[in-house]
Design a protein around this ligand. Structure first.
Ligand code: 6CS
Length: 255
């Protein structure tokens, strides 16, 4: 079975992909279509590899790598941001997006939460994060005490935690927060957090899938050279220039 996922995908005509439902990174439409910037880039690259379809499996961020390793899906395309511990467990493609983090806070930002440092400096502040998410890792890495962290299961629950006063802020990617509070003037989204690491992602494969990984990177590079790549990113609100020149090697150094 080692490294045969590319062959299997070509035979069956699809791969199973671990996704969240967190627009604009991932979005499952009412009709069940798997979309969002990451599945759309994945689909475009897999087409070039002779795999016409993808089948999405929705899963929390903390289950994406365990499920990939256990064979519950063949690839993760969810904006699973690269960092040392994750890079040690999967084979990441070259990055297809680079983005930013923000805090979702009550309008007016009464506790003035703008940076990780501002959370550390105010022990009264509680911040909601997704369980096992990149943002939880940032807070842990900065030694933000456990009592200042509130774990939530998805984007909706994070916003609810802030609205109910169980948390003073929700730490999540800027674009995800923007989507969540689009029609909700009671929550505002801060500027990009300056002291957060660079949030870049690509497709994540099993370590044994070296052929798929290699072929994927070739076709991703080819796709990046066409207008289609920029069109996919801008459609979802990402700037294609942000990923230019950024490498997996660099992003995998994130703590
Ligand atoms: O990589 C992660 O864990 C994070 N990625 C996204 C796109 N949203 C939240 C999650 O924590």
């Amino acid at each position: 079975e080692e490294g045969d996922t590319l062959a299997t995908g070509r035979e069956q005509g699809f791969l199973q992909v671990g996704v969240a439902n967190e627009p604009p990174y991932t979005e499952i439409t009412a009709s069940g279509e798997v979309t969002g910037v990451e599945p759309d880039v994945l689909r475009a690259v897999l087409k070039r590899l002779g795999i016409p379809e993808i089948e999405g499996v929705i899963t929390p961020y903390d289950q994406m790598i365990p499920g990939l390793k256990a064979g519950r899906w063949d690839v993760v395309a969810a904006g699973l941001f690269m960092k040392q511990s994750r890079c040690a467990e999967v084979l990441y493609s070259e990055p297809d997006i680079v983005s930013t983090e923000s805090f979702g806070v009550p309008a007016g930002n009464p506790k003035n939460i703008t940076t990780v440092k501002s959370v550390l400096e105010n022990p009264d502040v509680k911040v909601a994060v997704l369980s096992g998410g990149f943002e939880e890792g940032i807070l842990k890495g900065a030694n933000v005490p456990e009592g200042q962290r509130v774990t939530v299961r998805d984007g909706r629950s994070g916003i609810e935690a802030v609205k109910a006063g169980r948390a003073d802020a929700f730490f999540l990617p800027t674009l995800s927060l923007n989507e969540l509070v689009e029609n909700d003037p009671s929550i505002e989204v801060t500027q990009a957090v300056e002291d957060a690491p660079k949030t870049g992602a690509g497709a994540a494969f099993r370590k044994a899938d070296t052929t798929l990984h290699e072929e994927y990177n070739k076709e991703l590079a080819a796709l990046k050279a066409t207008p289609e790549f920029g069109e996919i990113l801008t459609k979802w609100g990402f700037n294609p220039a942000d990923v230019e020149g950024v490498t997996t090697e660099e992003l995998c150094q994130n703590p």
